[in-house]
Design a protein around this ligand. Structure first.
Ligand code: S5P
Length: 449
């Protein structure tokens, strides 16, 4: 007991808990702020912490240790050194090429991995990490946490069958600091009040879509439609005749925010088709999204956008474009919402972390870019669109890789899911669009915690 208290007091001196007025990410005003990262600046304390955590899991059956990135990485490492139990490292970003392994180190299928987390709040980031680790074939039964903020995270994990070991709850930590006069009576009352009656996050913060600082009028319109229809679904209509396309648009129309098109695969293209599509889009309230994936110098892109058979500029609300030719090349897309291709869904894609960073830089600097296609949360200022979504398949034989709506919304914090074959190849397109709409929207709401 004394040893735990000593540890907490020394950690407090390092600045792991601060008292005052803090605005949390959720918008809630909190009387304290917790950040365990300064612990790495004291090797001695880190060792003490590792020993304390190992004691807590003495009887647990783990064969590997993994710290949730980044704050718990040094904790996991120190526990590994102290116990002789091997460490594995969970990547936060992936390399985007090759094997796309999310967990580094030597491990075998079915091995039990202990997860180490610094602070648990809602449990969301832990659940995301568990999901990644289990996808690698590893087993997770036990989790050890330094500080529980007592905001429901532990209950969420227990309900899913995991055993959670906690060194301190926030109530215990506050009591110890009060006992040793690091907190006065008035501060203690204020903090206990906050802990006993946690305020709800400000309503405006509830919907990330509303929060996004999207200035582009097409982006604003898309958000408006999403909130009204309670849908973050974009159907990808990769069919090859006008008749199929119009039938699909009618069927999925009520459930989608946009219909994504590859107009150059339509065998019998005509402007009657465009007029009919525009009519359905108006009636059923969705946008027309031409997935042209431009990727040339500005002058050529302008001709491809405005001229040729399709005259995309005359009818598309949104288009996709690669950003490989640089910022200037994007200026030619006028009166349309541009969605930049920043990361692709296919196996072996060249869009690694370096590419993504540079592509994002181009996209964020172009005022007509309203969003990006990617497989992960990349920017607060752009809407995120994620293709490669399918409930019943893991991929195709041509490199496509699929995730579920749950995974892309909760793990990758996607705003809009893009579903092609999952809908248009199903027996009942309307029914499956409805299913993707419900699954996508529920997962999106849950992703907001
Ligand atoms: O990285 C990407 C980007 C896009 S826009 N991966 C993709 O699959 N897409 C598009 O999304 C692709 O061109 C296709 O139209 C759709 C996915 O279709 P599905 O049938 O695999 O769901």
């Amino acid at each position: 007991m004394q040893q735990r208290e000593d540890f907490l007091l020394k950690a407090y001196e390092l600045g792991i808990i601060k008292f005052g007025n803090f605005t949390l990410k959720s918008g809630i005003e909190s009387p304290f702020y917790v950040d365990l990262r300064p612990l790495s600046s004291s090797p001695q304390l880190l060792k003490t912490l590792a020993n304390n955590l190992l004691e807590l899991v003495e009887k647990s059956p783990f064969e590997l240790i993994c710290g949730v990135p980044y704050a718990a990485l040094p904790m996991g490492t120190t526990m590994s050194l102290a116990s002789g139990i091997p460490l594995i490292i969970k990547r936060k970003e992936n390399k985007g090429y090759g094997t796309k392994r999310m967990v580094e180190g030597v491990y075998a299928d079915g091995q039990n991995c202990l997860l180490v987390e610094d602070v648990i709040t809602s449990g969301q980031s832990l659940l995301e990490t568990i999901d990644e680790i289990e996808r690698e074939g590893l087993k997770v039964t036990d989790i050890v946490v330094v500080l529980d903020r007592e905001q429901g995270g532990i209950q969420k994990l227990k309900a899913k069958g995991y055993t959670v070991h906690t060194l301190f709850t926030i109530n215990e930590a506050v009591d110890i600091l009060h006992k040793y006069h690091r907190l006065n009576d008035a501060e203690l009352v204020r903090i206990k009040n906050f802990l006993n009656n946690p305020p709800a996050p400000p309503e405006i913060k509830r919907l990330a879509l509303e929060q996004k600082k999207i200035k582009h009028p097409v982006g604003k319109r898309l958000i408006e439609i999403a909130l009204k229809k309670q849908s973050n679904l974009i159907a990808s209509a990769d069919v090859i005749t006008s008749a199929e396309l119009l039938k699909l648009a009618e069927e999925v129309g009520p459930h989608i925010v946009a219909l994504k098109l590859h107009m150059d695969i339509i065998q019998d293209f005509s402007f009657e088709l465009i007029d009919a599509l525009k009519k359905i889009a108006r009636e059923k309230e969705f946008l027309l999204f031409e997935d042209r994936k431009f990727g040339d110098i500005g002058n050529t892109q302008e001709l491809q956008f405005k001229e040729g058979i399709y005259k995309i500029a005359s009818w598309a609300d949104m288009i996709t474009s690669h950003v490989i030719a640089g910022e200037e090349s994007l200026k030619v897309f006028e009166n349309v919402g541009v969605v930049a291709i920043v990361e692709m869904s296919s196996k072996g894609t060249l869009t690694d972390d370096f590419y993504i960073t540079k592509a994002l830089n181009v996209a964020e600097n172009a005022s007509n870019v309203m969003g990006a296609v990617a497989q992960r949360k990349i920017s607060d200022d752009l809407l995120l669109f994620t293709p490669g979504v399918n409930i019943s398949s893991a991929g195709d034989a041509k490199g496509q890789q699929y995730n579920t709506p749950e995974r892309v919304c909760k793990n990758y914090h996607t705003d809009f899911i893009i579903v092609g074959r999952g809908i248009y190849q199903s027996a009942d397109a309307a029914e499956s669009a409805k299913e993707y709409q419900t699954k996508g929207w529920n997962a999106y709401l849950e992703s907001l915690g």
